[in-house]
Write a new protein. Structure first.
Length: 254
């Protein structure tokens, strides 16, 4: 099975350059279960078993806790080639409400809970979902580094960060990946963070690569994904969908 758009090395594994983001496999407002749980399970299984996608991205905040449990239900025991990335450091008081929470004890508890929901002993790749401005940044990164030393996280990534944040974190950890918002509809990060990651040899994982749906109309999917992939060999977009047919369309265009 040929992965869509070829492969790249992410968190020590060769994975498909086109991954699957799972935020849409929840209810309205990224809250609760999806309207069609069976379809969500089909999307996950088709991504891996039919389309050759070997990079799935999730977060404890999606639902919250919904998508991690769905991934386990759909795919456990996991194929050895599958990389599951999750994120911690965000709380969800309600639908469409997102707040960073980076206290080290909370990050530790969140990792422990993600391990249980996913049914694994070690997270393949765990991102700090957001920098909590009320907590020193290196305290947050250091908490994940401690968990890595304990064997509960294999690789650590950063989400929604600047080049300066990356350099600061690199004094404490090896940054395995950076996940920021990037698309033709929101291209700003291409000017600084994308080339900074390339220079450091860090994979860059664009979230919302189809502009939260804005770039899916009129045959734009291929153009939008190709624009991202052409920014560098270190780019690994994670388009998301709740539809098995839309997933097939994404996988077919590259």
């Amino acid at each position: 099975m040929t992965p869509p758009a070829g492969t790249l090395t992410l968190a020590g594994r060769e994975v498909s350059r086109i991954g699957l983001g799972t935020m849409r496999l929840t209810g309205p407002g990224t809250w609760g279960d999806p309207a069609n749980v069976a379809e969500a399970v089909t999307v996950l299984r088709n991504a891996v078993h039919e389309h050759g996608i070997t990079h799935i991205d999730t977060a404890d905040a999606y639902g919250p806790h919904t998508t991690e449990a769905l991934i386990r239900s759909a795919l456990h025991p996991y194929p050895p080639e599958l990389l599951i990335a999750t994120k911690v450091g965000m709380v969800r008081p309600g639908p469409n409400v997102w707040r960073p929470l980076g206290r080290p004890e909370y990050l530790r508890a969140s990792v422990e809970q993600s391990l249980r929901r996913l049914g694994v002993d070690c997270l393949d790749l765990c991102y700090l979902h957001r920098n909590d401005p009320t907590v020193p940044f290196l305290d947050q990164v250091g908490a994940l580094a401690e968990l890595q030393t304990e064997g509960k996280i294999a690789h650590i990534g950063l989400s929604k960060v600047t080049p300066e944040d990356i350099d600061t974190a690199a004094s404490v950890i090896k940054v395995a990946a950076v996940q920021n918002k990037l698309s033709q509809a929101a291209p700003g990060d291409a000017e600084r963070t994308v080339p900074h990651c390339e220079a450091l040899g860090i994979p860059y994982v664009p979230y919302a690569p189809l502009g939260a749906g804005a770039l899916t109309r009129d045959g734009q999917i291929a153009k939008a994904l190709r624009w991202l992939l052409d920014l560098g060999d270190h780019i690994a977009p994670i388009p998301g969908t709740s539809s098995a047919q839309h997933l097939a369309d994404i996988a077919a265009v590259i």
